[in-house]
Design a protein around this ligand. Structure first.
Ligand code: PLP
Length: 394
């Protein structure tokens, strides 16, 4: 990386753009090429098998480039790019846990992560206790001698709660277990869990890191030792990131800084606007003073992110009418892209939960999740105005 004048550490955008650049000689490409090759020449019989390059091993040059960039952005020793966010989550658990061992996890989780812990890992003898992440007593009380992992999502999907990772990190250290954080909703621009004591950080790179809703990818960052273990799982289970998707992801990461700045700005402005609208019961956004975790978010995050939630007073019918009337924002699951996406989590990420479970997570009927994009904010406001007017119709 080139030297930035007057600073010890280059800024986030400089790191996102330059940290894995390989060209040095005149004639080298400024942008690394896509190395669309499954396999690579092998120098002879003596070569250390650990050094063999094969795209399923996660060491294709495009995959390696992502890993290098993410380690720099997260401030961690090593990283591994994988074929999806769920691949990153599942393989991290498989790397850290054996049959008979135990996870303590926040009960505020992305639906598939919860299902993995609740239904899939138990089939392999790995149990999970879900806790109220705000309660230190809950975390402490759930740890047993078989616990190996504490797990927290930050901010949470879809109700945007921000819980303090620092006491959980201290508990993990005291108990000698790993503290893993899914920081997908934060992005490294807004939140770097390693600075707050996490041992491993997971991202669905499908979201803000890629940023254009055109790829599926995941990344895990941590110590060399942990990443080596996840690599072993990658070799066996095989969810490798395709080189073309890795190349797109690297291109996306380069603009992460400016995109996040705009996501943060647009979302804050829209959250304030929604608060003043009569059709809206509550607005959920960590940047609002009314949010239960506002002061903590202010303390541990550099920006409040592009995700916000609104609860329409008219309930489910009003939410359906709101979504149907939008013309700029697109109705689709997923998040973190340049385009604004709107969804009702009870039909998408949290489908399958009972009404009681949804209510306990703050996902009431009429709750709409908005992934605020980087469009001109006036256009979004006008679009949402039309949506709110439509939501009034019985
Ligand atoms: N973690 C969080 C917080 C998510 O929101 C998602 C997807 O929505 C995932 C993990 C899974 O990511 P992917 O769809 O890339 O597998």
């Amino acid at each position: 990386m080139g030297k930035a004048r007057g600073r010890v550490q280059p800024g986030m955008s400089t790191r996102a753009i330059h940290s894995s650049h390989v060209g040095v000689d005149p004639g080298d490409p400024v942008v690394p090429p896509i190395v669309q090759s499954s396999t690579f020449l092998f120098s002879g019989f003596e070569e250390d098998p650990a050094e063999v390059r094969y795209t399923r091993y996660g060491n294709n040059p495009n995959q390696a480039s992502i890993a290098e960039k993410m380690s720099v952005l997260e401030g961690m020793e090593a990283s591994l790019a994988l074929g999806s966010g769920m691949a990153a989550t599942a393989l991290t658990f498989l790397a850290l846990l054996r049959g008979g061992e135990h996870v303590v996890a926040s009960r505020f989780l992305y639906g598939a992560t919860r299902k993995l812990l609740e239904e899939e890992l138990p089939r392999r003898g790995i149990a999970t206790t879900f806790v109220d992440p705000e309660s230190g007593r809950d975390w402490r009380g759930a740890v047993t001698e078989r616990t190996r992992v504490l797990f927290l999502e930050l901010p949470t999907n879809p109700t945007l709660r921000v819980f303090d990772p620092r006491p959980v990190a201290k508990l993990a250290e005291r108990e000698g277990v790993s503290f893993v954080v899914d920081a997908t909703f934060g992005s490294p621009v807004n939140l770097r869990p390693a600075e707050l004591g996490a041992d491993a950080v997971i991202h669905s790179a499908t979201k803000y890191l890629g940023g254009h809703s055109d790829l599926i990818a995941g990344v895990v960052s941590g110590s060399w030792g942990l990443i080596d273990e996840v690599k072993k799982m990658l070799r066996l289970y095989g969810p490798a990131l395709d080189p073309h998707a890795a190349w797109l992801l690297e291109r996306g990461i380069k603009t992460l800084g400016v995109r996040m700045e705009r996501h943060n700005q647009n979302a804050l402005e829209l959250a304030r606007w929604f608060e003043a609208q009569p059709e809206v019961g509550t607005v959920t956004y960590p940047g609002l003073e009314s949010h239960p975790d506002h002061s903590l978010a202010r303390e541990i995050m550099d920006g409040f992110g592009g995700m916000l939630g609104i609860r329409l007073k008219g309930g489910g019918a009003a939410a359906n009418a709101f979504l149907s009337a939008l013309r700029v924002a697109l109705v689709a699951p997923s998040l973190g892209g340049v385009e604004t996406l709107v969804s009702q989590p009870r039909f998408t990420s949290h489908r399958g939960l009972s009404t009681g479970e949804l209510e306990a997570l703050g996902i009431s009927e009429g709750y709409v999740r908005i992934s605020v994009g980087i469009e001109d904010v006036e256009d979004l406001r006008n679009d949402f105005q039309v949506g709110l007017e439509a939501s009034r119709v019985p």
